[in-house]
Design a protein around this ligand. Sequence first.
Ligand code: PRP
Ligand code: URA
Length: 207
Amino acid sequence: MFRTLDHPLIAGELTRLREPSCPSPEFRQRLRRIASLMAPYVTEDLETQVVPCTTPLEITSGRHLIREITLVPVLRAGLAFLDGFLDMIPQASVAHIGLARNEETLLPEPYYIKHPPALHQRDVIVLDPMLATGGSAVEAVRRMKDAGARNIRFACLVAAPEGVSALETAYPEVPVFAAALDRCLNAKGYILPGLGDAGDRMFGTCP
Ligand code: PRP
Ligand code: URA
């Protein structure tokens, strides 16, 4: 399942964020806001159970999530995305995965992983703003599965058709959410029209 979250507020934020004149502090702020706007859609079908709820006036019923949520930002660019999701889901635990794409081979090179225990009991949301070739997303999902996760979804800002196809082929059971589906990749594996290198723009490390 691939879903584009085509929302006017998200589209407005993304339009400004794509522009090279958008500096790092503003880039991070807007990315965080988009993540917060996306979070309700990404989580809307999480399973809940009915629980008793006592108001000051009477007893009624409410709902609780059945499973705890673990957010998984792919370093580095997943971090600002994480902040927006944490604003909406502060109780979530966080697993970090460090992946750096080799700019020659375009393959992800893992350098860090740390996750909470019992991932099989959690709803896991992998976060990475950019889904380009899909190599990093496939690797991140694979690592979460190897660690025991069963209920995984993936959220990104901008997706290329090539990345969506790679992720859907590798893990058809993983729902994928994006703020925008762009046109294609260029010869260097960058998304067109895209926004450039998200990590560099976020942290002011553009060459
Ligand atoms: C970027 C991005 C994704 C990856 C997407 O990270 O944040 O993780 O590239 O490309 P792919 O779909 O072709 O794998 P990068 O490896 O540049 O690291 P960074 O976040 O530290 O800049
Ligand atoms: N990673 C990025 O940050 N941007 C792209 O366009 C592709 C991969």
